[in-house]
Design a protein. Sequence first.
Length: 174
Amino acid sequence: MKTRITLILLALFFIMSPGNAEIKTPKGIIKLDGSAAPELHLKDMDGEEYNIKQSRGKWVFVHFWAAWCGPCRREMPTVERLNGLIKSAPIDIVLINTAEDDDTVFSFLSAIAPTLSSLMDRDGKVTENWQPRGLPATFLVSPRGTLEYIALGGRTWDKPVLLNFIKRLASERK
């Protein structure tokens, strides 16, 4: 009897340990099927290239937005604050502007979120491949390069529930 209780307690300890705990998904964040993330290779306004493959081993916060989008305008300052709050975490924040010109993007970011920069999807093909189903849309890509979560519509990314969710993901390198 004593052995059985010890085994049950050990099993519960193993199941409840942080490495095995299921991450609670906040309201409005949708769990995806874990399929491979589409190709993402773009340049920013300065011509600097980014390829999502360079972020392997880290979570990637892939955020599609546009300056004309009202929810994007309200959300972007919270993305900027999130970026500051998770600076040392193993997660890359990647912004993708959908088919707007440099002047529009520069004016928007300098006024709304001056510490952020954005990749430019000039022809809209990357956005088409990712199929965000509206703007803003944020995909959370695992360190293995798989689509794990999506948030459709605007969020207050620096709210404790979302901030803690992002930090928890970043702490688990699955």
